[in-house]
Structures are given as C-alpha cells and as structure tokens.
Design a protein around this ligand. Structure first.
Ligand SMILES: Nc1nc2c(c(=O)[nH]1)N[C@H]1C(S)=C(S)[C@@H](COP(=O)(O)OP(=O)(O)OC[C@H]3O[C@@H](n4cnc5c(=O)[nH]c(N)nc54)[C@H](O)[C@@H]3O)O[C@H]1N2
Ligand SMILES: Nc1nc2c(c(=O)[nH]1)N[C@H]1C(S)=C(S)[C@@H](COP(=O)(O)OP(=O)(O)OC[C@H]3O[C@@H](n4cnc5c(=O)[nH]c(N)nc54)[C@H](O)[C@@H]3O)O[C@H]1N2
Ligand SMILES: [Mo]
Length: 685
C-alpha cells in the first residue's frame, strides 16, 4: 500500500536576508524533501547551494547530535559520554543554582545569535529564563546594528527602499555587499534592472563574485568609503548636479555640508581611498545623472571602528541628488522594521529584576579572560563563537578554562560545543514550530513542524522550559507551549491576517499600497528632514556632519604597528557553501570551498617572495593563520583577504580567520570592528 505524503509549510531558518519559504514533504514520519515555495513572491521557489540538501546535511546528517553529552576528557578534547536528559538537566540546574547562590546571577553569561532566525526558537523562552536568573546581559549587535544606527543619524531610520524596487533602478551601486553569495534571491531583481539598461557598480576592496558580475568595480581601501562618498558629494555639488529643490524641502544643513565638502576634493579623496580621482568623478556623475539611482548596502562594510559613520555619510548621497523621488531610487539596507507589529517577546516576559551588567558579544574573549567578577557559567545556543567571534585565541583560551561551566545547545559538535561540559541536542527547523521574520524582504513566514524530533533532540524552548522548572521558576511563561508562543507573536496582526498566514504560509508586511519612501520627505529624524547636519549628534559632542576618520588599525595610523603589520585584512563571509560557520564541517561544503585561500595582490606578493599556490602564514599580535596564497588582482594592493566561517579545529595549525581579527566596538550601535585588522604575510618554507 502506498503511504500517503504529507506537506508542511515552513521557511529556511538561517541568518540570511533571503528567508526562503519552503515546503517539506513527509512520508511515514520521515521528511523526504524540502522544496522552495514557488508562489513566494521574493524567493520564487529557489533555495541555495547551502540549503538545497537541508535534510541530508542537517536533519539526518550522521554527525548530527541526537543525545545529551557530558564531558569526560579535558576541555576541547572532544571526549564526551552520552547521558539521559534527566541526568544532564539535573546536573546543569544544580551547578547553575550553586553558582548563582555563591556568586550571583551575573556570573552566568548567555551567548546566542541568529543560528535560527525564528522568533520562537530564538529568545522567547531563553530571554525570560536568563532575566529570572539575573544573568549578565549579552549585547547582540554583531550584525546590522552599526550600519542601522549610522543610517538613523541621517534618515531617522534604517528603513529605505524595498529590495525588489531595485528592478526599477537605472543606476545601482552595490556598496560593500556580496549579493551573489550572500543575498542570492535579490540578484534577479538587480539583473532585471541591468538587462533594462541600468549600470551596476560594485564598491568593494575585493573582486567578489558580485564584483565580477557587475559592469564596474571600484575598489577602495577598507574603511575609507566615507571619504569616497564625500569625494563624490564634492564633485556633485561642484558640477551643480545636486537637486536643490529636494535639498530645500526635505533636508537640513546643506550649507554646512558644503563647508565640509570643501575638505574632500577628488584628489584628496583619491589619496585617502586609493581610488583614482578620475574614477571618483565618473562615479559621482553617473550616480547623479541617471535617475533613478539606488545604493544597496548590507553588513560587510559596517564592521569597522567607524562603521556607523560610513553608513551615515553614504546615506547623504540619495538626498543630495533627489534619488528618493522615484520608485527605484534611494537606498536599500534592511527590512526588519516592517515586522515591528509582531510581539517579539511572544507574550513571554517576566518582571524586570535589578539592572545587570552587559557584555558585548564581539568581546567574548575579553569577557571570559578579564571581566571581574568573572563569568563562571556560559550558556551558548544558536551561535558558534569559537569560529565566528573575533580574537579567536582569546575566545578559545576562555573556553578552555577548567573553572568555567559551559553548556551548548547545538545540532553539531562545533568548536564551541567541543569545549562544553554539557552539549544538548536541539531540533532543526523541520522539527519545531516557529515564526520567521526577514531582514532582506517584506514577507513573514509560518514554520510548522513537519516531523517529530529526531533522536532525543528537543527544541531550544523546551530545553529552557525544563531547566526553568528545575530551577524552581514558577512564572506562567515557562508553561507556554511553542504554539502558544508563536500565536502570541503574530496575534497583533489581527485574526484575518493570522488566518491568511496559516493558510498561505507567508504574508506581506508592508501593506497593500506601494510607497516610495521619502519621496515627499517624512524622515523620522528629530527635524523630520534628512539631516545632512545633525543637531542631536552635536548635542552628544559628536561630529554633526558626515565625516571621515581613518580605520582604527590602519597603515596610516600607529607607525610602529603599521610597520610590523602593513597589510589590511578583510575576512568576509566564507563563500557560497557556508552560512557563517554552519556547514563548514561537512565534506560536501568543504570540498566545494577547499582549500581556504588568502588573496594577495602581486604588488604585495612579489617583494615577500610569495608564490601563487604555496603555503603562507598571515599573522599579527593576536594570532596566526596557515593558508594557501592566491596571487592575483582579486584584491587590491595593500589588502589581503581570508574567508571567515572556517572552524579552527578543521584548519591547518588550529586557527581560522578570526584568530587575526580585532575585537573593538564600532562607533555607534555596538557592532564589531573586525575588518579593521592589520597583518603581515610571509611564505612558509
Ligand atoms: N553564502 C553565504 N550567505 C550569507 C552568509 C554566509 O556566511 N554565507 N552570511 C549571512 C549574514 S549573517 C550576513 S550579515 C550577510 C552579509 O552579507 P554581505 O554584507 O553582503 O556580506 P559580507 O561578506 O559580510 O560583506 C560584503 C562585502 O563587504 C566588503 N567590505 C568589507 N569592508 C569593506 C569596506 O570597508 N568597504 C567596502 N566597500 N567593502 C567592504 C567585503 O570585501 C565583502 O565582499 O550575508 C548572509 N548570507
Ligand atoms: N571575521 C568575521 N567574523 C564574523 C563575520 C564576518 O563576516 N567575518 N560575520 C559576523 C556576522 S554578520 C554574524 S551574523 C556572525 C554569525 O555568527 P554565528 O551566530 O555564530 O553563526 P553560525 O556560525 O551560523 O552559528 C550558528 C550556530 O547555531 C546552530 N543552530 C542553528 N539552528 C539552531 C537551533 O535551532 N538551535 C540551536 N541550539 N542551535 C542552532 C548552528 O548549528 C550553528 O552552529 O558572525 C560574525 N563573525
Ligand atoms: Mo550577519
């Protein structure tokens, strides 16, 4: 007899702008296929090279964790013993209680990010759990925050044009983003514009897949894009290409901006950015004279000490040329603002405890090594900081502390999990309920469980509920089911939209009528205008005008440091087959990406006797990475590039890209500055 098939609606859980809607086919309790949902207006049925085989590569992968593990060897040895949930949870609760009694709740540090982007499996039960414990608070701002804060200074909000409106643009600058690899489902919209005659320009120090596919590639030195934008603005105003009517009606501070622009003639901008003055002039003219022109920025470029300033400065360009006037013009960053109606707490809040200290997630290494009073327990879920946090050696040293009690909720034995005292197996997206927002398009998706949990895996929520019960937390929120939490999150949408979401699997969040944002002003700044001059920045003692300051670690900065480590290092997203560090342990993905390569320009390779295809060592005072050199003009002179995402334990010498990266905090928004990193590179003989 043929066993009937069952279908379950859902969406990809990864931390990615695309959040693809999918359908899972189930036969006899086993998920047999995941297919992109062809009806979804943005992702249109496509998945990607990473997720096409989600079931084989994640849910049913032979390395998947299916039972709780207790450590039996030294930290990091990877020696574990399978134990029952009872034993694991009893021991964890007992240890946490003892730590809290002796040292207070702040001795416990949660560490999580968007390993799953689901609102339910994210923080819904974890947040009240750690609040009730009085744990140290984690500042979760590694991604999007610095850029968003920068845009807010100029525009009052990070919200801009809708990504799909890029198809109507006549000139597109993809500025510090690698769309073809990181935001694949946006690419067809840009392609469509390109096929209708729009010029596509990529601004990136590295010739990424996106840069290679564009009409033009401009390659500034990392962290200098604000100077590039100021140089462009100088040219636009000098050649009278600005939109005085838009400036008069919808901006403040144009007269002050002109004074600032006097400092950035193209020759000086060229010197600061390493982009020839003629290229700056031409880009400025094209940008200003082919409306509607659009700028697409995402995350890579914010990871600098002045990351917010870069975004604040570039955000002045669309107002200067009046690009906001038309559909297809303006600036496009993230879309999460459209999901503000949701109840992000899933109705699960507990009354606030006394204020607690905060640790910035990009400074985990520092927190584990020098924070006083010390962190004594670390609970990690939805993240793999041993691979993704900067200053990897400091992170690993912290994780190796025998007196640190570490619990990791995971699908795989990541480098972080290898250092845990207990590893707890979590369910994957096809095994649990969730609600998926998006930061790259306008559609909310419902994720229904397709199958029962595999092995003994449990949803993050259930793990925290069971721990809460053992800790004696009586709050009713710890009795809410995943369905309760999901329905509470979407309840503010009203019954008819909720029904629509349940029926269709996804709904549009930006209303029925298309809006061209800021076409008639309406900026959400204190003045209601686009603030070329910002009084609120001045009130904070900050520069009220768009400006350029050099990167924290720069060849033109501290001469001693720059003398020892003269090359700027970019460690952007690993590639097509990894999602941050996810999949970077799987043979299939490793085969596709291997070996990891350091890109270096011949001008930098030749004097160092570095030969294409030969092993090199990249190093600075934080660490050292062994890697194969690729000598070509993929990167510009003065800049080398190493992919991030690789696991240290699977890399030669036991270090990956983040062993080199800086762990400072960005100017606004609490982001990281890991692309402000200097290194030296030498051949390995
Ligand atoms: N395949 C794949 N897709 C992904 C991810 C992944 O790991 N793999 N990760 C997801 C996540 S979490 C995110 S945040 C997004 C990120 O999406 P993107 O922002 O598109 O990707 P990044 O690799 O962070 O950075 C993009 C580019 O910024 C450039 N860059 C760095 N510094 C500068 C600078 O100073 N100036 C300029 N002009 N360019 C600079 C880098 O060279 C890089 O090519 O991608 C998501 N999608
Ligand atoms: N050098 C350098 N460093 C970077 C970046 C860079 O470009 N360069 N990018 C930065 C950025 S933008 C980001 S967003 C961060 C991302 O950093 P992370 O958040 O650490 O991202 P991942 O490496 O994908 O790790 C997510 C982990 O969550 C697990 N996971 C997935 N779903 C679930 C679940 O339902 N439950 C549980 N318990 N676990 C789950 C996955 O197996 C995976 O191991 O990295 C940052 N670090
Ligand atoms: Mo990210």
């Amino acid at each position: 007899m043929q066993v009937p098939l069952r279908m379950a609606r859902g969406a990809c859980p990864h931390d990615c702008p695309d959040t693809c809607a999918w359908t899972v086919t189930v036969r006899d309790g086993r998920a047999i296929q995941v297919t992109g949902d062809a009806d979804h207006p943005f992702t249109r049925g496509g998945l990607c090279a990473k997720v096409n085989r989600f079931l084989d590569d994640r849910t049913y992968h032979p390395d998947r964790l299916l039972r709780p593990l207790r450590r039996v060897g030294p930290k990091g040895s990877g020696q574990f013993k399978e134990v029952s949930w009872e034993e694991a949870l009893d021991a964890i609760a007992q240890r946490l209680r003892a730590i809290v009694v002796q040292h207070g709740g702040e001795a416990v540090l949660p560490y999580s990010y968007m390993g799953t982007q689901g609102i339910v499996q994210g923080e819904s039960v974890a947040a009240p759990f750690f609040a009730r414990l009085g744990a140290t608070r984690l500042t979760r701002a590694v991604c999007g925050s610095a850029g968003g804060f920068g845009l807010e200074v100029t525009m009052g909000s990070g919200a801009g044009m809708l990504p799909e409106d890029l198809q109507h643009s006549r000139h597109v600058i993809i500025w510090g983003s690698n769309t073809v690899s990181t935001n694949l489902h946006l690419w067809p919209f840009i392609r469509k514009a390109n096929e209708s005659g729009a010029e596509v320009v990529v601004v990136d120090p590295v010739r990424t897949r996106t840069a290679a596919a564009a009409d033009q590639h401009i390659r500034p030195l990392p962290g200098t894009d604000a100077a590039l934008a100021l140089g462009m603005m100088h040219v636009i105003v000098a050649e009278n290409l600005h939109d005085l009517d838009y400036l008069d009606r919808h901006t403040v501070g144009f007269d002050r901006l002109i004074e600032r622009l006097a400092l950035f003639p193209p020759d000086r901008a060229a010197k600061l950015t390493g982009v020839p003055a003629a290229e700056i002039c031409q880009l400025a003219r094209d940008y200003a004279t082919v409306p509607p022109s659009a700028i697409r920025m995402l995350v890579g470029m914010e990871h600098h000490a002045r990351g917010a300033e870069i975004f604040r400065t570039i955000a002045c360009l669309p107002a200067l040329v009046g690009a906001w006037r038309e559909r297809g013009g303006g600036l496009c960053h993230m879309t999460y603002q459209l999901f503000g109606e949701l109840d992000w707490t899933c109705g699960a809040t507990v009354t606030e405890q006394a204020p607690v200290r905060e640790v910035n997630m990009v400074q985990l290494g520092q927190a584990l090594s020098s924070l006083r009073p010390p962190v004594r327990a670390l609970m990690v879920y939805n993240s793999n900081p041993a691979a993704t946090a900067p200053n990897q050696n400091l992170v690993l040293n912290g994780l190796r502390r025998e007196d640190l009690f570490t619990v990791v909720l995971e699908h795989f034995l990541t480098d972080t999990a290898r250092h845990a005292d207990f590893v707890l197996p979590a369910t994957t997206q096809v095994e649990h309920r969730d609600v998926m927002f998006s930061w790259g398009h306008t559609y909310l998706a419902d994720n229904q469980p397709a199958i029962a949990p595999v092995g003994e895996a449990l949803p993050n929520t259930e793990i925290f509920r069971r721990l809460a019960q053992r800790m004696g937390f009586a709050d009713p929120v710890f009795r809410l089911t995943d369905d309760d939490l999901a329905e509470a999150a979407i309840a503010p949408l009203g019954t008819s939209r909720v029904r629509h979401l349940h029926d269709q699997g996804w709904i549009r969040m930006d209303g029925d009528e298309h809006v061209v944002p800021y076409a008639n002003g309406g900026f959400q700044t204190p003045t209601g205008k686009c603030e070329l001059y910002s009084q609120s920045q001045a009130d904070l003692g900050l520069d009220p005008l768009p400006s350029y300051r050099p990167p924290a670690e720069s060849p033109h900065g501290d001469p001693v440091l720059a003398g020892r480590f003269p090359l700027m290092l970019i460690t952007a997203k690993g590639g097509h087959h990894f999602l941050n560090s996810s999949y970077a342990n799987l043979d299939r993905a490793l085969k596709a990406e291997r070996p990891a390569l350091l890109d270096i320009h011949p001008d930098d390779a030749t004097p160092r006797a570095i030969v294409d295809g030969n092993p090199v060592r990249a190093f600075n005072d934080r660490g050292s990475v062994q890697i194969i050199a690729r000598v070509s003009d993929r990167t510009r002179p003065g800049v080398v590039s190493i992919p991030s995402g690789w696991w240290a334990s699977l890399s030669p010498g036991g270090s990956s890209a983040n062993a080199l990266t800086a762990d400072g905090v960005s100017d606004l928004g609490d982001g990281g500055d890991f692309h402000d990193t200097l290194v030296q590179v030498e051949p390995v003989r």
